[in-house]
Design a protein. Structure first.
Lengths: 318, 363
């Protein structure tokens, strides 16, 4: 493997990882507040469809991104309203959101092109790759890490900030308290329901961005069923990353990277069966994340928010 | 508590509205028209496999619209779930059902056995019944022709092929393509990467990207999206499409595409049913039947290549010769089909080997 191939592999690893990581971070913040949102796949897909449709018709990628975030926020607001205020079952509501979202996205994909026709095959505005001067001259890492699109750069900044927020700040502490022990958080004066609403909606925004990255940066166009189950991968990554943003980044990169690598192995003429190679991203992502969390997992019982999936009702005695 | 009641009432109302609107879908109720239902694996808007079946259905509507009434059920997953969708259209009064994916074979047969008065047509399978026929196209023929184009237009003799599953249909396509390539360019090789999915835009793109990084200067494919073609175009590389004329959506870097064209078959078959002359059959049409075609060549293709394609096309249509007539060597160079012999349909339908010039694994 020469340098150009390594650069290409790293580039595609990051490009594939970006949308997955946005979705995973969205779900981490949602779940940290105690709300399980299984609507990721639906929100991502609707985000991808609306982002592309709006960008195509308005000729503005940024407007597309904004609308995708808004749509993500609205869909997750629905989830928040049903599960927090009406105390509906979070699993059922989330699944319904995915069914609704994938159906809606598919419908929009067929109707929101010019003249009410399909959006498949259209070319719209995109977030192009912008090399960063100076940094792009670093060997190998420069052309791969610093020749990406704006959404990837935003993620480079957002990721440490989110980790810091969650681990080191008071609002982050409050967020974890709301997810672990809402009654105690309530006593401390943290507005439990409001927090859950806000983080669920924030998480939905990020899932919308994840979709927008697919249709406006990675694939640069709409395709039916564009997410292809990546929303579910994001949910799995949350668990294997033990609700930690940095580990989620490791998982997202591993998944994207091994997938890209296995195709390269095939192209380079390996004799390993392709079905086995196709399985590797799933297998290794799980394996590695299990290994790096092994010691802690035993101590902290995997670190799942203790009140995940349980509605909080102030009057009830436990 | 009062507010909760209102919410329950509102939810019930919503459900009622959804159910009421949902019931209006499905075939219309005009009794004297032949009710024809199509079961689709994807959305007609995919511009690939389902799109081409939809074009066929639209041709039926146009030509026989006063005698038939067609309806579609999109996004039906393969396997046992398909049975429910097929039963549903039968219960709604379908007289003819076209099930358009390989994985609908067993469910179609089950429902066919339970409903002898309904006619079933299953695409790409091999099981039949008194009221169930199969139909498919010899896609390997236009694939061979597209190989002629690819073989002439590659400069470094390395061609990439993004493929879905290692099953006979796909292997046949890869082999026919490679035979075409090497007919005009014996030095060229075809490098195969499997995605193990018919439809996943992200994976298809990544597979194509891996081939491009390996140095291929031409991308062909057996998938259901245009992503391999788009990835090739972004890398400044030419490509060969599939399913539908992908040049329409990607541009003239797509030199040509072997395409499906179901309209004539659908119209003819439904006409037979209307005339009461329909009988169970196993239809496997080639270039002569128009079920499979080679899309128009891109302006980038020189005239002498176009002439070669026309020449070979007439040889196939005139049944002088077919793609899998010997001599053909296997991947390891051993003789698979002797000179003067041609493979039978049965052998072609169960093909499980690569021809010489293919690089890749069979699983």
């Amino acid at each position: 493997m020469n340098e150009a191939m390594i650069v290409s592999l790293l580039t595609i690893t990051i490009r594939a990882g970006v949308s997955l990581l946005y979705a995973t971070l969205g779900e981490i913040f949602t779940e940290r507040s105690g709300i399980l949102n299984l609507g990721v796949e639906g929100i991502m897909m609707t985000g991808a469809a609306t982002a592309f449709a709006v960008a195509f018709h308005s000729d503005s990628a940024w407007l597309g991104l904004g609308v995708a975030m808004l749509v993500g926020a609205m869909m997750s607001f629905t989830h928040a309203f049903l599960t927090i205020t009406l105390r509906a079952d979070q699993v059922v509501t989330g699944l319904a959101l995915t069914l609704f979202g994938t159906g809606l996205a598919s419908f929009m994909g067929q109707r929101l092109g010019p003249g009410g026709e399909t959006m498949v095959g259209l070319q719209g505005p995109v977030f192009p790759r912008i090399p960063i001067p100076v940094l792009e001259d670093i060997p190998i890492l420069g052309p791969s890490m610093f020749n990406q699109d704006v959404l990837a750069y935003a993620l480079y900044l957002l990721l440490p900030l989110m980790w810091f927020y969650l681990r080191k700040t008071q609002p982050g502490l409050h967020l974890r308290a709301v997810g672990d022990n809402p009654a105690a958080a309530d006593v401390l004066g943290v507005p439990v329901k409001l927090s859950r609403y806000l983080y669920t909606i924030f998480g939905g925004c990020l899932m919308g961005v994840a979709g927008a990255h697919l249709s406006m940066a990675y694939l640069q166009g709409w395709a039916q069923n564009i997410t292809g189950g990546r929303g579910w991968i994001a949910i799995a990554l949350v668990i294997f990353a033990t609700w930690d943003p940095l580990r989620a980044a490791v998982g997202a990169l591993l998944f994207g990277g091994i997938n890209a690598l296995q195709f390269r192995l095939q192209a380079a003429g390996t004799t390993i069966p392709s079905s086995f190679l196709n399985m590797m991203p799933y297998f290794f992502t799980i394996l590695v994340l299990v290994l790096i969390t092994w010691g802690e997992a035993v101590r902290k019982r995997l670190g799942a928010p203790a009140a995940l999936g349980i509605p909080y009702i102030r009057e009830e005695k436990h | 508590m009062e507010s909760k009641k209102i919410w329950i009432l509102l939810s019930l109302l919503l459900v009622a509205v959804l159910v009421a609107t949902g019931c209006q879908a499905g075939p219309g109720a005009e009794e004297d028209e032949l009710q024809v239902a199509f079961i689709y694996i994807g959305q007609p808007g995919d511009l690939g496999w389902t799109y081409e079946h939809e074009q066929g259905r639209l041709m039926v509507e146009e030509e026989l619209g006063d005698q038939v009434n067609t309806s579609t059920v999109p996004d039906v997953p393969e396997g046992p779930d398909a049975e429910k969708s097929i039963r549903d259209v039968v219960n709604q009064g379908a007289d003819v059902v076209f099930t358009t994916s390989f994985g609908y074979m067993d469910p179609t047969l089950t429902v066919a056995q339970d409903n002898p008065e309904v006619i079933f047509e299953h695409c790409s399978g091999y099981k039949t019944n008194d009221n169930m026929a199969t139909y498919f196209g010899r896609m390997y023929q236009p694939r061979y022709l597209s190989g002629l184009v690819a073989g002439r237009m590659t400069e470094n003799n390395q061609i990439g092929y993004v493929a879905a599953f290692p099953i006979p249909e796909v292997l046949r396509g890869i082999n026919a393509f490679t035979l075409g390539v090497r007919e005009v360019n014996p030095e060229a090789t075809v490098n195969v990467v499997w995605t193990n999915t018919w439809y996943d835009p992200v994976k298809e793109r990544e597979a194509a990207q891996a081939l491009l990084d390996e140095g291929v200067d031409m991308i062909a494919q057996h998938q259901d999206t245009t992503e391999p073609q788009k990835a090739a175009k972004e890398a400044g590389v030419l490509s060969i499409g599939y399913d539908s004329d992908m040049a329409q959506f990607v541009g003239d870097t797509v030199l040509t595409s072997p395409v499906w064209n179901w309209g004539t078959y659908y119209v003819d078959t439904i006409q037979e049913i209307l005339d009461d002359t329909w009988e169970p059959h196993q239809f496997w049409g080639g270039l002569e039947s128009d079920v499979v075609k080679l899309a128009d060549l891109s302006p980038k293709v020189p005239d002498d290549v176009a002439e070669k394609v026309d020449e070979e096309r007439s040889r196939i249509i005139d049944t002088e010769w077919d793609v899998f007539c010997g001599p053909i060597n296997g991947q390891d160079g051993s003789e698979m089909v002797a000179e003067g012999e041609c493979m039978t349909d049965e052998d072609m339908l169960s093909m499980d080997w690569f021809v010489e010039g293919v690089e890749g694994t069979l699983e």
